[in-house]
Design a protein around this ligand. Structure first.
Ligand code: PAF
Length: 288
């Protein structure tokens, strides 16, 4: 595995590989890799000739009161894990390298006024900026994103569509611990007691899926069930529990089509997010 810190160096080599007809798979990350990231890399390995991973804790996507400084970092360990997952090229730029100029400011105007987007001002502007830059640097055929950050997937699909990036976005299902907790770099911030409670988030989403398959089609009923279970069984403070069409993230009155049930819960030092995406046709609805 080759490491790069300079944009010009990795861009040049990837351009020449592309000219030789090599298919490039790209996995953007902020490091502190866990199984979720490695699953993205392994999938990229299966579907491409060259696998590129970036590790860059992007200052632009953190708000002033967020955890940019304390975001967990371990580049040595990450390099070993990336290599074992089949990564060929690891891109580790410094912030000065990525943001030497500031003549352009991106602003995402759709799919960001709900869920995390409405609570983390400027977050998705920062994500869209860095992902656009990384796409221009790596020139991937396929780029891999985890559905744990489903709103991010929705925003990036919109970005690729609107700005005509010639890249295929691959949605990869959330990787979970055995007890259902979604893998996240931020899980290390949970206390022992909170870690015990945290799987309730996913369990409440699974309950919701069962109710919907049994015929419940009112979003409010589903939301209040999830809310009751999380309140009763965890010490976390609910930030949101919301249901929208996916990937448009528009309000829906009835549960059909493709939709997302997403939640965020604040524990002492970690804010956890999770979601499920359900596809329900009109036919399925009528058959219940
Ligand atoms: O999902 C992440 O880790 C980040 O938001 C991403 C896509 C690498 C952009 O910084």
């Amino acid at each position: 595995m080759q490491k790069y810190t300079k944009i010009s160096a990795i861009q040049e080599i990837l351009l020449s590989e592309k000219r030789k007809g090599k298919k490039i798979g790209f996995v953007p990350t902020m490091g502190f890799l866990h199984e979720g990231h490695l699953t993205l890399a392994e999938r990229a390995r299966q579907e491409n000739d060259i696998v590129v991973m970036s590790i860059f804790v992007n200052p632009l996507q953190f708000g002033p009161n967020e955890d940019f400084e304390s975001y967990p970092r371990d580049p040595e360990r990450d390099a070993g894990l990336a290599q074992s997952a089949g990564v060929d090229m690891l891109f580790l730029p410094e912030a000065e390298e990525m943001y030497s100029g500031s003549s352009i400011k991106m602003h995402v105007t759709e799919r960001t006024d709900v869920l995390c987007g409405s609570r983390r001002e400027g977050h998705f502007d920062g994500v869209a900026t860095v992902v656009s830059k990384l796409f221009n640097i790596a020139g991937p055929d396929n780029a891999y994103f985890g559905l744990k950050d489903a709103q991010q997937v929705a925003v990036i699909e919109g970005l690729v569509n609107d700005l005509n990036f010639p890249v295929n976005i691959v949605r990869v299902p959330t990787v979970r611990e055995e007890d259902g907790l979604a893998k996240s770099s931020r899980n290390v911030y949970l206390s022992e007691a909170e870690r015990e409670e945290a799987p309730v988030l996913y369990r409440s989403l699974m309950d919701a899926e069962t109710f919907i398959s049994e015929g419940e089609s009112n979003p409010e009923t589903i939301i209040s069930h999830i809310q009751n279970r999380i309140t009763a069984e965890t010490s976390g403070e609910i930030d949101y529990i919301e249901i929208y069409s996916f990937p448009e993230l528009k309000e829906i009155r009835e549960l059909h089509g493709e939709f997302i049930i997403a939640l965020a819960v604040k524990f002492q030092k970690a804010r956890l997010i999770d979601n499920i995406i359900i596809k329900r046709t009109q036919e399925e609805k009528q058959n219940v």
